[in-house]
Design a protein around this ligand. Structure first.
Ligand code: FMN
Length: 165
């Protein structure tokens, strides 16, 4: 898929075809796109914990609650963890966006699930047996869409300011 089509087609999908399988190879491809993200001073502080077993995904869903209720039907969840570096959040978010677009280009659908700042962060880290000194950036639900949301997006001409605000 062309880059601009992937950007245009990406939508947060919250209904997935239950039972759809995604090859591990495909998930690795998505994770590789995360690894290609920019990172301040090239620290690359991330780890991507990929859950594919239903029981593991549902365990995550239980901890996260309403923010990720749709995880139930997702084929996988990619949890982004970063070492607690100066730019952990920016680095982790850059990796996340790369992965959302990669999944779209592979005709899969995703939804970003908040991590950083949420009161369930510590519980998620504990559930995934993440060592101390790491932060939860977000989780990404990955699946085969069972809905096709349309969303009005801002137009460039409305947000661009040339040369000064
Ligand atoms: C930092 C961040 C946190 C988000 N957290 C959640 C979340 O916890 N649950 C959820 O369903 N969607 C979450 N989203 C998805 C947004 O709701 C979604 O991107 C927004 O509504 C725009 O829709 P679109 O992604 O289809 O363009 C999050 C997105 C971002 C960038």
């Amino acid at each position: 898929m062309d880059f601009f089509d992937a950007v245009k087609n990406r939508r947060s999908v919250r209904k997935y075809k239950a039972g759809a399988k995604i090859e591990k190879e495909t998930l690795v491809k998505i994770a590789q796109a995360g690894c290609l993200a920019p990172s301040a001073r090239s620290v690359n502080p991330w780890k991507f914990i990929i859950l594919t077993e239903k029981e593991r995904i549902n365990g995550l869903k239980k901890i996260i609650g309403n923010n990720g209720s749709f995880l139930e039907e997702a084929s996988a969840a990619i949890v982004i963890i970063c070492e607690d570096t100066r730019y952990y959040l920016e680095d982790g978010c850059a990796a996340a966006e790369n992965m959302l677009l990669a999944a779209t280009a592979l005709n899969l659908s995703t939804c970003w699930i908040a991590g950083d700042k949420k009161d369930y962060c510590e519980d998620v880290l504990k559930y995934l047996e993440v060592p101390a000194g790491n932060r939860l950036i977000c989780s990404i639900a990955v699946g085969v869409a069972d809905e096709f949301p349309v969303k009005e997006k801002p137009k460039a001409q409305d947000v661009i300011r040339w040369e000064k605000y």
